[in-house]
Design a protein around this ligand. Structure first.
Ligand code: CP
Ligand code: NVA
Length: 308
């Protein structure tokens, strides 16, 4: 069976824990090395990953390329607009052709149905580099970062403030799989995907919508936010007004535990969803989180290739 990583549930909690442990070990083993030097075992030597972008990216683009280099393989980066995909070649045919040419495919796209279509017709692993529905690779890096900073996942209280978007959907999915709790501080009308919430609740995670932002973060171990306007969404004054009380600033951060961590997948819109004071504070681990995209994705790739 080809292993696709379209959502976290494709791997499940057990494999996610194994990936995080592998990422911790691999990261430690290459500390201080030049960033492009392959790991000692070069487990993906000879393997090539095709990465396709239908939306902008800095971290996903660079981290998948670096992840493949560090695993001993290589990556090619393609903008969908410069591929035949951009002028009407079907996703299914693109999947069939790329499966003959490369060993795995990572895609960043809009409609999640597109990545499902790609995976359905690919005979090599397909990895989700963000869709409008979810961003599972980001959450693997986030969980690695939280654990690295000394917080255990079972029972962890994670507070989200802002828009109910793709990143939150994958956090909620992770909560069910890794047994932590999420306080969803999202204004009315901007809720996250109900399917992910139902699955997390069914798995025993305590996932609650808390409209009051101060109450949502009170006593939290981790506070997370993201842009109020995701890629492909229209800018709306009404949305910005609804989001304003959910800005993660020093006053709201003070409601969380004194040692609470602040996470943001980046890019940040300083002065909107987060203040400079918070993102530049000692509690902010956003630069570790960004670096961890490489380390977490190396383990996702190894899992997809059946080597973990
Ligand atoms: N966090 C994240 O996915 O960043 P990019 O959009 O830069 O890839
Ligand atoms: N929610 C954001 C994440 C960017 C990495 C977006 O989809 O634009």
């Amino acid at each position: 069976m080809t292993r696709h990583f379209l959502n976290l549930s494709d791997a499940g909690g057990h494999a996610m824990a194994a990936m995080i442990n592998d990422a911790i070990d691999r990261k430690a083993a290459r500390a201080g090395w030049p960033k492009g030097k392959p790991d000692a075992d070069a487990p993906l030597a000879g393997r090539v990953l095709a990465t396709i972008f239908e939306k902008n990216s800095t971290r996903t683009r660079v981290s998948f390329d670096m992840a493949m280099r560090q695993l001993g393989g290589s990556a090619m980066i393609m903008e969908a607009g410069s591929m035949q995909l951009g002028r009407g070649e079907s996703i299914a045919d693109t999947a069939r052709v790329l499966s003959r040419m490369v060993d795995a495919i990572m895609i960043r796209t809009d409609d999640h149905a597109k990545i499902e279509e790609l995976a359905a017709h690919a005979s090599v692993p397909v990895i989700n580099g963000l869709t409008d529905l979810s961003h599972p690779c980001q959450i693997m890096a986030d969980l690695l970062t939280v654990i690295e900073h000394g917080k255990a996942l079972p029972g962890l209280e994670l507070a989200w403030l802002g828009d109910g978007n793709n990143v939150l959907n994958s956090i909620v999915e992770a909560a069910g799989l890794m047994k932590f709790n999420v306080r969803i501080g999202v204004p009315e009308g901007y809720d996250c995907d109900g399917g992910f919430v139902a699955a997390a609740l069914a798995a025993g995670a305590n996932v609650r919508v808390i409209r009051d932002p101060a109450e949502a973060v009170r006593g939290a171990d981790v506070v997370v936010t993201d842009t109020w306007i995701s890629m492909g969404q229209a800018h709306g004054e009404a949305k910005l007004a609804a989001m304003a009380p959910y800005q993660v600033n020093s006053a709201l951060m003070a409601e969380a535990k004194p040692d609470a961590l602040f996470l943001h997948c980046l890019p940040a819109h300083r002065g909107e969803e987060v203040s400079d004071m918070v993102i530049d504070s000692a509690q902010s681990v956003v630069w570790d989180e960004a670096e961890n995209r490489i380390h977490a994705q190396k383990s996702v790739l190894l899992w997809a290739f059946g080597q973990l």
